[in-house]
Structure formats: C-alpha cells, structure tokens
Unconditional design. Structure first.
Length: 348
C-alpha cells in the first residue's frame, strides 16, 4: 500500500505520510485532553466527566457559567495564540533556512508589541478589533528594519539572528520607555501594557479577543498549508528552486507576509509570549522530519499544547496569583535557545 496520502486543491497539493498523520492524530487527542483538563482546573475544580457533560448541555448550571464565561475563552485563546506563534516560527525558519530564527528572537514580536502598546496607550478608545492591525504594522516595520540592517551583499543566518536580537532589545526598550513616560496614561492602562509585555492571556473574552483573532487564523492557516511545499523546494537553494519552476522571490514574500501577520495578531491578543515559535518547529521536525507539509500542522499543535500547559501552571500553581504564561515559556525556551546557539556557533 502507498504510505503517502496527498491532499489536493485546484493548484496546490502536499503529501503527508502515515507517520505524520499518526503524530497529528496523537497531538490532536493530547490537545483535546488538555483543553478538558485546563477548563476543569482552577479555584474551583470540575472533574473531566462534568466538563464533558457541560459541553453537551447536561452539566450543572454553575459549572456551565464558570466554563463558558470564564475558562473556555481563555483556553481557546491559548490554543489559537500558541498555534499562530508556532506556525509563524516554522515559516520563518523555512524562509531564511536558519533554525535559530523565531519571531521573538529576531525582533518581529518586539515590533508587534510596540505597535500594540502604542494602540493601548494612545488609541484605546477605538474599537479593540483594530488592535491586531496595529500589531501587524509594527511587526512589518520591524521586519523591514531587521532586513535593512542585516543586508550586506546578502544575508547570512548568524548575522540575521544577531541583528534581530539587537533589534528586539531596542524595540523592547522603546516600548517600556513609552509606557513609563506616557504622563496622561491611566495607571490601569499602564499595568495592562506591562502585563502585555510579559505575555499573558489573562482576562480574555469571547467578543473582544476570540472573535477578533479567529478570522485572521481562518484565513492565514490554510494559506500557510497551501504554500508549505514551496518551503520544501526552497530548502534546496534558490537556483534549484527556480530551475524547477518555483517563483522564489514571490513565494518567499508571500510566506514572509503570512509569518509576520501570524506573529502580529498572536502578539496583539496574547502579548509578547516568547520562544514558542522557536521550540515548536524544532520538536515538529524531530517527530515528522523536514517536510513542511507535516512540520506546519504539527508545529501548530505543539505550540498550542505548550501554551495551554504554561497557562495552566500560571493560573493554578500559584493561586490566588495569576502569573503571566510568558514567564513559563521563557523559562523553558531560553535554555533551549542557548543550546541551539551553542550547536550552531561555528556557522555563519
């Protein structure tokens, strides 16, 4: 029997082998289990059976209020933000062919954070639905500056990472300066901005956050999957990709736009959550190999699982405190990045 399953559209297709499909199914089951567990845990514990009964309309009314009004939007936002950051990182690593790359490390997240904080501080009276646009604009501006400073007769992976780290630090400093020096900003807004800079999905809601983020992901995720095969071709080098008929620059630009947009909208809702975009693609490649047709969906599932569990720890282990989830993703991701940097220290 053929071990490959091909998913086809009118003009695009990509293949998934049975191992990849098995991994995807297992990760889907793990995510669903994590959603049920995360919805049930908190200041009041609801056992998984009661959670499932509530989902089908057979649970207690007080449990339904806690689940649907308070916990489920936060859990679903964690799934969406984690998967968006992971896919953004996978695309970015494929575009620049650099395993050290992720939106937060090279400053794209920093640009999105700056755009979002500017919106929070100066335009918070406008509809919250415009905040992702501000974040995406900031992310694209940061991407342009990073490319400009890193370019010198081409771009090497290590120079891109080093310039990006410097840009990320500078953007973070500018963002904090804006928060601290904005004299007319109410204290509550400043506190919200500081929490945002750590990376937190505390206080999210259906109307303000879930329905704002969902349309972006519904559009961007399928496009990322459709263009996944072009990353496989580009891994062979620009000349080889062009020789087999791939429009290298056009496809690379489209993929970069998708990556930056995903990072921007994720940051707009979840804040500056770091290292998911770095870790998830690496774990995905270990599980399913280098083909981006498998790496992208597996990265999304891993990213959602990492943020789900990080947020669960953040809001339950230190009760009554609600620690930002970004603290825990950074605690895991920083040593991971140092390890990768050490492994690639001799590459330019």
């Amino acid at each position: 029997m053929n071990k490959w399953i091909t998913l086809r559209g009118r003009k695009h297709s990509f293949q998934l082998d049975r191992r990849t499909l098995m991994v995807i199914v297992m990760l889907l089951i793990a995510n669903l289990a994590a959603v049920v567990i995360c919805v049930g845990l908190g200041s009041k514990t609801i056992n998984p059976i009661d959670v499932l009964l509530t989902f089908v309309g057979q649970g207690d009314s007080s449990d339904a209020m806690i689940i649907f009004s308070l916990r489920l939007p936060r859990v679903l936002i964690a799934v969406m933000v984690g998967s968006a950051l992971a896919v953004s990182g996978a695309l970015l690593q494929g575009i620049v062919r650099n395993p050290l790359t992720s939106p937060d490390i090279i400053g794209i997240t920093g640009g999105a954070s700056l755009g979002t904080v500017i919106f929070i501080l100066y335009f918070s009276h406008i509809s919250i639905r415009f905040m992702p646009i501000s974040a995406v604009i900031g992310a694209f501006a940061a991407s342009f500056l990073i490319y400009l400073f890193a370019y010198r007769k081409g771009i090497t992976p290590l120079r891109l990472v080093l310039i990006g780290i410097g840009m990320a630090t500078a953007l973070t400093a500018v963002t904090y300066m804006l928060i601290l020096t904005s004299s007319f900003t109410p204290t509550a807004v400043a506190v919200k901005a500081f929490t945002f800079m750590t990376g937190s999905i505390y206080g999210v809601s259906w109307d303000r956050d879930f329905w704002t983020l969902l349309p972006w992901l519904v559009v961007l995720f399928p496009i990322a999957l459709i263009y996944a095969r072009h990353l496989n071709v580009q891994e062979l080098g620009d000349e080889v990709a062009a020789s087999v008929g791939s429009s290298v620059q056009m496809k690379r630009t489209i993929l970069l736009i998708i990556s930056v947009a995903l990072a921007g909208v994720a940051v707009a809702i979840g804040g500056a959550i770091n290292f998911i975009g770095l870790m998830a693609p690496h774990i995905a490649r270990k599980l399913v190999g280098p083909s981006y047709g498998g790496v992208i969906p597996v990265s999304a599932l891993i990213g959602s699982l990492v943020l789900l569990l990080s947020d669960l720890i953040a809001r339950t282990v230190f009760l009554p405190l609600d620690i930002p989830a970004g603290v825990f993703t950074a605690a895991i991701g920083a040593p991971f990045f140092i390890y990768l940097l050490y492994r690639h220290r001799n590459r330019s």
